[in-house]
Design a protein around this ligand. Structure first.
Ligand code: PHE
Ligand code: FE
Length: 288
């Protein structure tokens, strides 16, 4: 979400900040970068990613390899759930982002990372935005959650509660885990699009894994510069949608304003712990 953004669309962008994807401008090397990333994750994710994500990957299998042409991708995605992907020049203001979501449009960067950034980059590129997000947008329940989130985002601005609501996005849409068939699976876009984190989030003893609790999540700060120190685990997508839709966030924002934020590795007595992490990874990285 938006941090260092312009206050009006840059030259060449439409009033809603969208630009043409300009698919023909990608180089052969750009397409190859996509194919390398795609092949790696396709190999790694079966058995790790949620069924809904793996099912949704089918919409990305287009008529040609390489970076998806949004026109062809949108035909399939729109047929599945009414969602579309639109290209934007980078970060957009919060209300622009939320308004697109509320209208079932997902904004995606159109650039792809350099070859020396296959493993980690902080800003979302087309691989993260499309490979990470589009499969879940092809799931009818998650599709409704994302639209409701956009509407909730617009509403949160009126309460000055954007930081709280952004944490819900972070710990579900970007870094969420879900219980499935007696195990835990990945669905967060930031995890499934990362070769390293899609192992770390499930297998590493370092991070905490805590049962999802709406208020708890909205109190918890997150890190944008490294693997997460805590992951929250939802019971199901239906449960996530139901809870967030049925809860009026206005009183929640009021309560949260009076409570201290939690650090990413803090635990509370009421937490339902699935794994208590050792936090070894984070402390080693901090210690240098
Ligand atoms: N129910 C939330 C509100 O009252 C809106 C929302 C729905 C937020 C879904 C996030 C996800 O603001
Ligand atoms: Fe993302």
């Amino acid at each position: 979400m938006a941090d260092h953004v312009l206050d009006r669309p840059p030259e060449g962008a439409a009033a809603d900040w969208t630009i043409a994807q300009d698919w023909s401008a990608y180089s052969a090397a750009d397409h190859e970068t996509w194919d390398i990333l795609f092949a790696r994750q396709q190999q790694q994710l079966p058995g790790r990613a949620a069924k809904a994500f793996l099912r949704g990957l089918e919409v990305l299998r287009l008529s040609k390899p390489g970076i998806p042409d949004f026109a062809e991708l949108n035909d399939r995605l729109h047929a599945a759930t009414g969602w579309q992907v639109v290209a934007v020049p980078g970060l957009v203001p919060d209300e622009v982002f939320f308004d697109h979501l509320a209208h079932r449009r997902f904004v995606a960067g159109n650039f792809i990372r350099r070859r020396d950034q296959l493993d980690y980059l902080q800003e979302p590129d087309v691989f993260h935005d499309v490979f990470g997000h589009v499969p879940m947008l092809a799931d009818p329940v998650f599709a409704d959650y994302m639209q409701a989130y956009g509407e909730g985002g617009l509403r949160s601005l009126g309460f000055g509660a954007l930081d709280k609501l952004a944490r819900l996005y972070w710990y579900t849409v970007e870094f969420g885990l879900v219980r499935e068939e007696g195990g835990i699976r990945l669905f967060g876009s930031g995890i499934v699009s990362s070769h390293g984190e899609s192992r770390f989030a499930l297998d590493d003893p370092s991070p905490h894994r805590v049962a999802f609790d709406l208020e708890r999540v909205m109190r918890t700060r997150y890190r944008i510069d490294d693997y997460q120190q805590v992951y929250f685990v939802i019971d199901s997508f239906e449960d996530l949608l139901r809870q967030t839709i049925e809860t009026d966030f206005a009183p929640l924002y009021g309560r949260l304003a009076a409570l201290p934020d939690l650090g990413p590795a803090d635990l509370l007595p009421g937490d339902v712990l699935i794994t208590r992490g050792t936090q070894t990874y984070a402390s080693e990285r901090a210690g240098g």
